[in-house]
Each structure stands twice: as structure tokens, then as C-alpha cells.
Design a protein around this ligand. Sequence first.
Ligand code: NAI
Length: 249
Amino acid sequence: MVKDKVCIVTGAARGIGAAIVKRLAENGAHIAFTYVSDSSAEKATALENEAKSFGVNAKAYKSNAGDFSQCEVFVNDVLKDFGKVDVCVNNAGISKDNLLLRLTPEQWDEVMNVNLKSVYNMTKQVIRPMMKAKSGSIINMSSIIGIRGNAGQASYAASKAGIIGFTKSVALELGSRNIRCNAIAPGFIETDMTHYLKEGTAAETFLKDIPLGRFGKAEEVADLTLFLASDKGAYITGQVISICGGLNI
Ligand code: NAI
């Protein structure tokens, strides 16, 4: 579905990002992905090799998505190494959950930098080559928490809601250049970020509100990402697509 497209995925050493890398590579895309910490380097190399096993080019880059100049260097390197950028999946994200009474300015800034400024940092870099190519798909990982809000997650919710406004604005600005920009809003997906879902009582409370009666899998988010990245999604832009087992009805 994405044969020979060059796809960037940020924050992909594990979780949803890693599942997206595998799904895109399996479907013929060449992959440039980022990881941020030295402790993830080994996982990133393993993922790079796994992607290459599908017969595509793949390369892991150490780059902090929250840092504008590192994103500039990263995208320039991708253009040197791969020659073009067709798809950018802004997946990197963190949560620093705390009740507002206790939420520090440092925690607020960190979440905003990694979750929201990162999306600006990367999108700003990829739209130039996409405008030249008169084609591109940008996919931003928001969250249903950005739509509904959640007690104890004011900074996370604000960053994910910010992504939605950004996504719609970019879609309006760049639609005439055939650049699409969409957001995915996952519900509860089983990854390291949601490790608490495995802990009995919390899981039962959340499950009651999910019509499909289960948590989602990273691979299911990857399938949706693949569709939006591919030409099958050619008439979809400016949308926020929830993948949440019905939690957000
Ligand atoms: P995760 O914690 O397993 O993965 C996040 C990845 O982002 C990690 O590989 C981490 O190293 C990377 N990262 C963190 N800071 C970074 C930075 N400054 N620069 C580059 N990479 C960085 O979490 P998961 O679940 O895979 O989340 C992926 C995305 O999906 C995030 O944006 C998250 O907010 C979003 N999401 C996840 C949901 C879930 O239930 N797991 C629900 C809704 C949204």
C-alpha cells in the first residue's frame, strides 16, 4: 500500500511507533525513524534490521523530537540518505500525569515540548520537500484525552488537543499543494505508556466504558496509520480519527 514511499516515524523504538515502522515496512515503505535515549539504541537497531528484512531501506536516527534544531538536522539527513519524504508520522509522546494542584511548570513544559512542539518542529521541516513534490501525508498522534480531557492529565490533554488544532490548520494551509494532514486519536492501547492497564482494578474501571470490552493493540493503530499514509486515504485531510473501541462515542 505504500510501496517505495519514504516514511518518517518519530519516537519509534517501542510501542505504537515500533508497530507503525513494522507495518509500513511490511507494505513496502522505506523507513527513517527516531529514538531519543541511548538506552533505546539497541532496540532501535533491532527494529531497523527487522524493517530491512522486508526488503526496504530502513535507518534509525537518534533525535529529540522536542528540539527544533535536532529535527532540522534529522530531516536534512533523511533527505540526504533517502532523497525524499512522502509521509511523516509524528508519534513521539510522553505523559507526566499529575493533578493540576501539583503540576509543576517544568512538567507542563516538558509535556508540551515533547508532545506538541515536536509536531511543529517536524512538520515545519517536512513540508518543504513535500511542497516541491506536490504530495505528502502528515499523521499526528493525538489522543481521545485531547478530545475529552481527563482528571490528572491536564498537560497531556492540552498537548493532544493542541495537536488537533494544528492538524486542521495545516490541512487548510496545504491542501492546495496536495499535502494531507490528519490526527489519530487512540483510546487505551496496551503499551509501556499504559502499563497501569495490566494492574487489576484500574483496568476493570476503564474497561466498563469501552463498548468493545477490550483495550487496543499497537498493531491496530499501525493499520490505521498505514491507511492514512497510503493513497487509499487520498481524499482524507484535516480529520481526527478515533481508534478507541467506542470509548469516544
Ligand atoms: P511509549 O511510551 O511506548 O512510546 C513513546 C515513544 O516516544 C518512546 O519510544 C519514547 O522513547 C519516544 N519519545 C519520548 N520522548 C521523545 C522525544 N523527545 N523525541 C523522540 N522520541 C521520544 O508510548 P506509546 O503508547 O507507544 O505512545 C505513542 C504515541 O501514542 C504517543 O504520542 C502517545 O501519547 C500516543 N497515545 C498512546 C495511547 C496509549 O494508550 N498507549 C493513547 C493515545 C495516544
